[in-house]
Design a protein around this ligand. Structure first.
Ligand SMILES: NC(=O)c1ccc[n+]([C@@H]2O[C@H](COP(=O)([O-])OP(=O)(O)OC[C@H]3O[C@@H](n4cnc5c(N)ncnc54)[C@H](OP(=O)(O)O)[C@@H]3O)[C@@H](O)[C@H]2O)c1
Length: 335
């Protein structure tokens, strides 16, 4: 049995590319008492990791330096167990290093509930997983979305965004989504999004005004930059902004910029708040039950792009950052 891992090779100047990572052999550890030996089955990649590469420590983990092995949420299979909590062959979720075979404390693993075990592995990393939980937390808890709201979601065809638009639709809102390609706009329409625009097609404010002539009530932001400024202009009096992420600013270091028109918060009495999903575990049971119900009813679906082969993890991560693929970017480590 062989194991290998993906390490950061160099700190990129700007957006990370596949060449900034390297594949290296790894030892197959012997699990100690209370530990399990696990094999990666599916690895879900997060754009937010880019913010930690060469950067400061964040609530999601320490800054990533050359030689470090990044970690993302994953479906793993137990190969060997020295814990009463897991048996060989069981499937679980884990924030896993990018390593094909690894030892983990049993307490780090969350068993996939038996009633959800028939669903495709990818769904546990999309609608039911970290991105789904992030979307639900931002949209429901911090956005307090209502059926009468017009909601705008940026990077709407991404991992978090594709869940956010579907959850807002499931709760009755009118939804506008932006994305970066014709294919992604088609995907958004197929998800029932009411109006869409490609943020490469012109000035963000003109595009948003055309999609939402009456204005918006809630902006769920994944990218920051020009779309955040446009949303601040388009928000109706008393509107809300939920800052989930700022993908357009990652990798910019001290060149990062906030919205120049933030004084709109005063005149329009807007509220803008950020959130960190990791502080909201109390919401997980409500989220899991809602997401599973919507999934089974066909109200929402898993949106994901799968690349086959653990060795293609750097390529998949670079594609995620450059806008390639829709929904959750997942590496199929079985292939
Ligand atoms: N707050 C939390 O607790 C939390 C938890 C998880 C994730 N997040 C954040 O949520 C956001 C989405 O994460 P994800 O993993 O699902 O990633 P994602 O949306 O699947 O991927 C990022 C997308 O952002 C868009 N983008 C990148 N650069 C851009 C730019 N300069 N201008 C406009 N759009 C740009 C691209 O989409 P297009 O091709 O459509 O332009 C890209 O595909 C990230 O910002 C992440 O950091 C926050």
């Amino acid at each position: 049995m062989d194991s290998c891992e993906v390490q950061l090779a160099d700190i990129p100047e700007g957006t990370a590319e596949a060449r900034h990572f390297r594949l290296a052999p790894a030892d197959v550890p012997s699990p100690g008492p209370g530990q399990v030996l696990v094999r990666l089955r599916r690895l879900g990649l997060n754009a937010g990791l880019a913010n930690r590469i060469g950067g400061p420590d964040t609530p999601y983990g320490p800054g990533i330096r050359p030689g470090d092995v990044p970690a993302s949420d994953a479906v793993v299979e137990v190969l060997d167990s020295r814990s009463d909590a897991f048996a060989t062959g069981e499937l679980a979720l884990r924030k896993s290093p990018w390593r094909s075979i690894d030892a983990a404390d049993a307490g780090e693993l969350r068993r996939i509930p038996a009633e959800l075990a028939d669903l495709p592995l990818e769904a546990h990393l999309s609608v039911l997983g970290h991105v789904g939980f992030t979307a639900y937390t931002g949209m429901v808890r911090f956005g307090a979305v209502r059926a009468e709201d017009t909601v705008f979601v940026s990077a709407a065809a991404g991992g978090v965004g594709s869940c956010a638009v579907q959850f807002a639709k499931a709760l009755g809102a009118t939804v506008i989504g932006s994305a970066g390609s014709v294919e992604k706009l088609g995907l958004l329409r197929s998800l029932g999004v009411d109006a869409v625009f490609n943020h490469h097609d012109g000035a963000a404010l003109a595009l948003l005004r055309a999609a939402a002539p009456e204005g918006i009530d809630l902006f769920y932001d994944n990218v920051g930059g020009a779309q955040l400024e446009a949303a601040l202009e388009a928000l109706r009096f008393g509107g809300r902004v939920v800052i989930c992420g700022a993908a357009s600013q990652y990798g910019k270091g001290s060149g990062r910029r906030g919205p120049a028109n933030y004084t709109r918060l005063i005149y329009q009495q807007l509220t803008m708040r950020g959130f960190d999903v990791t502080s909201n575990e109390d919401l997980r049971p409500e989220f899991e039950s809602a997401a599973a119900r919507w999934l089974r009813a066909g109200t929402v679906r898993s949106v994901h792009t799968v690349l086959d082969g653990f060795d293609r993890t750097p390529e998949a991560f670079a594609a995620l950052l450059s806008g390639g693929g829709s929904g959750r970017m997942i590496v199929n480590c079985d292939a």
